[in-house]
Write a protein that binds this ligand. Structure first.
Ligand SMILES: Cc1ncc(COP(=O)(O)O)c(C=O)c1O
Length: 370
């Protein structure tokens, strides 16, 4: 029988994730599978926790990868912290803020949304007004809004919440490993990410971190966490307990991949990694501008790793993306939600964030659009 895997191309992944995977990470995934309670594997788990603490810039003990993609990280943060009726404020300026609102609402929280136009950032002054009106248990926001390419002012919102009892919950799925994320300095209590963006690892794990304050809230719940699989009071026993107890079978080879991906980032040094994202972004933007394309987001709020650009009038979205994929082996993303059919989303995430790839895409686009 024909094995379809043999025909998989080396596609340059320049969409909103997954990103290009370095060969070292593929090699790590193909190492022999150990048991999930094997002493050597437990040592690898301990190293992963330390590496994630470095990336998140936190000393939080409960800093672990959850089994599942970024959305599992989102569910984990909300499902562990929310009890029915809890007042929650979600700051929304794109698809992933809307997803947070959906998740929190399904858990029975009393959700207020503070919305900002898509393509523009959250305005801290408006958040200040809202939190002065009402005491929230949780304020949640997305750092890097992948649907629009906007960088939101997490540090500034964190500063507004300092000294209050409100927990600060942040999505760093697209930002972690591409721009600074400083969990402790910014006063973040619950944070999640995903492996397939700036960590340059296949999709399948969601690093999360909870402050001691957030852990106290989890341990002091009146009701059980309504999701068994993501209940951190149980998952923590496997990852951080003195006696490591089975909870669910860890995705061993995915964890090898994450370990290797984190080692590569730390070896390159976080500052260098962020700089590489910035320079690839600058190259891409100037190339797109020479083609006459307009960026969606104003310069001060642009994400280096997710570049939203308006599709020029008269150009067929689907046709261009198909030609990029099949004639040039490059994937870029289409618009999501309100931006569907109106913008392209060009990723420069992790291993993809290199000037040579930005130039390769601009050259291909030049030929196609002409
Ligand atoms: C900001 C943000 N949050 C959450 C998610 C959900 O992650 P996943 O698709 O890995 O479940 C994504 C995915 O693109 C994202 O960009």
């Amino acid at each position: 029988m024909n094995n379809m895997l043999n025909a998989i191309d080396d596609v340059l992944l320049m969409g909103p994730g997954p990103s290009y995977i370095p060969p070292e990470v593929y090699e790590a995934m193909s190492k022999k599978t150990l048991g999930h309670l094997d002493p050597y594997f437990i040592e690898i788990m301990d190293e992963i926790k330390k590496l994630l603490q470095q990336l998140f810039k936190t000393t939080n003990n409960l800093t672990v990868p959850v089994s599942g993609t970024g959305s599992a990280g989102m569910e984990t943060c909300f499902v562990n912290l929310i009890e029915k009726g809890d007042p929650v404020l979600i700051l929304i300026n794109g698809v992933f803020g809307v997803r947070m609102q959906d998740v929190a609402t399904r858990l029975g929280a009393a959700v207020d949304a503070l919305e900002f136009p898509w393509g523009t950032p959250v305005i801290p002054e408006n958040v200040k007004g809202k939190i002065e009106e009402k005491a929230y248990k949780i304020v949640a926001m997305v750092h890097a809004e992948t649907s629009t390419g906007v960088k939101n002012p997490v540090q500034e919102v964190g500063a507004l919440l300092k000294g209050s009892d409100t927990l600060f919950l942040v999505d760093t799925v697209t930002s972690l490993g591409g721009i600074e994320v400083s969990v402790d300095d910014w006063g973040i209590d619950a944070v999640y990410s995903g492996t397939q963006k700036c960590l340059s690892c296949p999709p399948g794990l969601a690093p999360v971190s909870f402050s001691d304050r957030a852990v106290d809230v989890i341990m002091g719940r009146k009701s059980k966490v309504p999701n068994w699989y993501l209940d951190m009071s149980m998952v923590a026993n496997y990852w951080t307990g003195k006696k490591r107890a089975y909870h669910h079978t860890a995705p061993i080879n995915m964890l090898y991949a994450l370990y290797q991906a984190l080692l590569l980032i730390i070896a390159e040094d976080l500052d260098n990694v962020w700089r590489r994202h910035e320079s690839a972004h600058a190259t891409l933007v100037s190339g797109l501008e020479t083609l006459g394309l307009d960026m969606v987001v104003e310069p001060g709020y642009r994400l280096p790793m997710l570049n939203a650009v308006y599709i020029p009038e008269g150009v067929d979205d689907g046709d261009v993306r198909k030609r990029l994929r099949f004639d040039y082996n490059i994937e870029i993303g289409g618009g999501l939600g309100d931006f569907a059919g109106k913008v392209w989303r060009i990723g420069l995430m992790g291993h993809t964030a290199r000037e040579k790839y930005a130039n390769r895409l601009v050259d291909a686009l030049k030929k196609i659009i002409r």
